[in-house]
Design a binder for this molecule. Sequence first.
Ligand code: ADP
Length: 447
Amino acid sequence: MINKVYMFLAALGCACLCMLVVLPAGGVDVLEIVGWLAATGITGWMGWRLYLEAKMLIVQVESLKHDYKAQREKVIESTMQAKDYKLQVQLLKRQKQNTEAIIYSISDAVIVTDVNDRLLVANEPAGGIFGFDVEKSVLKLLDELVENAEIVRLIKKSRQGKIRDIRHELTLKGEEGPTIYDCIVSCIFDEEDKICGAVSVLHNVTREKEISQMKNEFVSHVSHELKTPLASITAYSEMLADGEAADEKTRKEFYSIIQTQAQRLNRLIEDILNVSRIESGLIKVTKEPLSATLLVRDAVQMIKSYAAEKNIEVKEETAIVFDQVAADKDMISQVIINLLSNAVKYTPDDGTVTVDSEVDEARQVVRIRVADTGVGIPAEDVERVFDKFYRVKANNKCAKGTGLGLNLVKQIVEKIHNGQVFVTSEVGRGSCFGFELPLIAEKALAD
Ligand code: ADP
């Protein structure tokens, strides 16, 4: 509208100017003056308007410039903020990855849940124990994932009660027997001390429990083993002191019993001491070149009378070959005697024990084997018979023992002589225990 008014006024101004140009020809002076005045006024007024418009425009341009600057600064600030956020997000992502990597690398089972008992993170061992897929189970409710009500209850109890740490022993039944876990549930709190979840760590303590139980059993075994010979030594020496052995023959019999029992006591105490000496590295070892086969022969002679009590035949199949090993004579003799006496101990009457030795030229070792026709060892126990204090439950009734003999064998052969023990066994058919020792090079011996 305003533009139209301006256009009209501009047209009027132009008309007046034309009149000024046209009229001097016919010439009315008054009209000429009015026209001139009108043209000048209109043109001045239009100039003034134009000036005002231009001024406004300049102001507007200035303000736009200012706005543009402000907007630009804002954009720059926002870009910087966005960069900052991006960095923070990257940092958080990295931190999350690190935390997850730590959780995944822990061998204990770890379960992290939120305030609603939904799974946030869990590692493979946790998935393995409770049977869920750790990747597909994120944000699922714990009740739906874990069948074991005990652990679910524990996590909920810890979260609801805002308890910092709860410790609980959890026993899970499996195909291979029960597994015991030391389970710690800790609540997670934010900066405002509000609870935001819980972390549960399950550490498998089955082995520790077994060892502690074995130690208890060992102490009671050892006490029992010590008590029996001690009781007979006390009884027979009292009878002797009281003059109850009337004749020389009975006295000699009593002396012999006391001697045998004292020797048994001695052996047992020696076994215990030897194991602890070897373990602590305090045992004195005297190695010399020896024939393994000759050591076997001596040991067989020693065991024969014991085997005869059960009518067990001891067969020796050793060849005369170069079988020199650098060994501590007493220790290796003890190894062979331990294996032989076990073979006799765990073989029913009228059985057979076969000892053989052979040289493996390719591997430069001498191999000694003690095979029996005894009760054998269940497959699940075979691997553990060399463990300290380990006794095969199925064979406990066959003979008394401390579970130390084979551990001593392993320590002497492997730790002191750089050799290797081995065993194969079949329940009801018999076992074969043995060991290998490195041969002394013939040349080295000649030098
Ligand atoms: P122990 O004093 O109980 O005999 P060992 O360490 O000598 O201790 O043997 C550990 C376990 O291995 C024994 O309790 C026994 O059950 C088993 N064992 C050892 N030798 C034999 C064998 N020749 N036949 C069957 N079982 C054996």
